[in-house]
Design a protein around this ligand. Structure first.
Ligand code: ATP
Length: 424
């Protein structure tokens, strides 16, 4: 039996306890004994045990001081007095002022985009600002354009979610009725044309929803939008960010920890866009490629099996002849070989039929809501995702793991490059 380690920390006001759970199959339980504390913007309930598992990198922050207990083996645990939380709170206060102004003038609330290189805490700041907004009674829209992490749905997708409650400490934001679009790769670099197409589409739908919500009293439209992006910021990555900024008609860009990016955006953005430089937290942990792959895998596992609350996915066989699988992007030809009026880039958003084969094993398939391949498939949001757990070439069937009992007949499935080994 492993010995359970018990550690108690007394935190002064404006300080945070940082810890990591690294060793395999470790579990650490956190409990606030006295005072008040929050975790990435969500208030912790005194005396309630919260569990963290392998890979968790956590900060418990307190504005007024508190005592916290940790049970279990942590890889690292220390108290930091220097944090950028006051600066982040000021950003929240400024956004809140804009929401109040939007309410008075019946206009839309602030659309904020968070940018910066990898591992600077973009996702964490997104979560903090969303949490602070809902704690003030707002209903902001959370947009995640980071296909590498895919915190709404799974990696390889982008999406949006109306946030009505603070993120749960262990499970994040409630995933009810997200709006999700298929990309199919873990980096926008793999198909920029497709990436920009779905970003524009998502922006259009989010803007429409805000417009429709204007009529409601406590409207989501005055609460605004907070957009998380991926850490690819150079060359084409920069163009991709400016495209997203334009598509969502952002009002504020928060640049984390990169002066060059800050200056470029200041130079290139229209004057009405506020570009703000923010420091990163010293607590943000750099992740290796292997660690990122693990997080991606865990995210997909959670999609099918749940985290704290278990989900029970369905497994069933589907005949090859009943499947309509496509991938997005035909090999691109030079412009001179294209039919009149078509650009070479158009090929990158074309649907190409995929014949079922053994190569489909472990791949994710996006289930679209499109009626047929001639429908605007890319513009249709996803019903969800399934994964291929086995291919039987003899019987000509695929075994599918799905959150739903059975996919709708005639569904258009889009093939993702991402894989998931189901060894649950
Ligand atoms: P990416 O490059 O994937 O876009 P990012 O910039 O969004 O990364 P985050 O995912 O927010 O970065 O943070 C990286 C890791 O650091 C996460 O595991 C997060 O939980 C952890 N982290 C963030 N802030 C702190 C902190 N103050 N103390 C300890 N850990 C932290």
């Amino acid at each position: 039996m492993t010995e359970v380690q018990l550690q108690e920390f007394k935190l002064d006001p404006d300080s945070e306890l940082r810890f990591e759970v690294e060793s395999k199959n470790e579990k650490v339980v956190l409990e606030v004994k006295s005072g008040y504390a929050e975790l990435f913007g969500t208030e912790l309930v005194k005396g309630k045990p919260y569990e963290f598992h392998t890979g968790a990198k956590v900060a418990v922050f307190t504005w007024h001081g508190c005592t916290v207990e940790l049970r279990g083996r942590t890889e690292v645990s220390y108290v930091a007095k220097e944090t950028p939380m006051v600066v982040y709170l000021n950003v929240h206060a400024a956004l809140e002022q804009q929401r109040v102004a939007a309410e008075q003038e019946n206009t839309r609330g602030p659309v904020t985009m968070i940018v910066g290189p990898g591992d600077v805490g973009k996702s964490t700041l997104t979560r903090i600002l969303l949490n602070y907004a809902v704690r003030m009674g707002r209903r902001p829209i959370y947009v995640d354009l980071d296909v590498g992490q895919g915190q709404i749905s799974v990696p390889g997708t982008i999406g949006a979610l109306l946030v009505e409650r603070p993120a749960s400490i262990e499970e994040g934001f409630s995933q009810q009725a997200p709006l999700v679009y298929h990309f199919g790769h873990k980096s926008p670099e793999e198909n920029l044309e497709l990436y920009n197409t779905i970003v524009s589409r998502l922006a259009e739908v989010v803007a429409e929803r805000c417009e429709n919500n204007k009529k409601e009293t406590d409207s989501a439209s005055t609460s605004g939008v907070i957009i998380n992006t991926c850490g690819w910021i150079k060359h084409a990555g920069y163009k991709m960010l400016t495209h997203a900024a334009q598509a969502f008609e952002v009002d504020v860009i928060l640049v984390l920890d990169n002066e060059r990016l800050y200056n470029e955006l200041k130079r290139d953005m229209p004057k009405f866009v506020k570009v703000v430089y923010l420091p990163k937290s010293g607590g943000v942990v750099e992740r290796s490629t292997a660690a990122r792959a693990e997080v991606r895998d865990a995210r997909i596992r959670e999609y099918f099996y749940g985290k704290r609350t278990p989900y029970y996915p369905h497994s069933f066989d589907v005949k090859f002849s009943d499947l309509k699988i496509y991938k997005v992007g035909a090999p691109s030809l030079p412009d001179s070989c294209m039919p009149l009026g078509m650009r070479a880039e158009d090929a990158l958003t074309k649907l190409v039929a995929v014949q079922p084969s053994a190569a489909l094993a472990h791949r994710l398939l996006a289930v679209t809501l499109a009626a047929g391949p001639d429908d605007d498939v890319l513009a249709s949001n996803l019903a969800g995702l399934v994964t291929v757990t086995a291919v039987d070439m003899e019987r000509q069937t695929l075994t599918i793991l799905s959150p739903q009992p059975r996919p709708l007949p005639n569904t258009i499935l889009l093939l993702s490059e991402l894989q998931y080994m189901d060894n649950h």
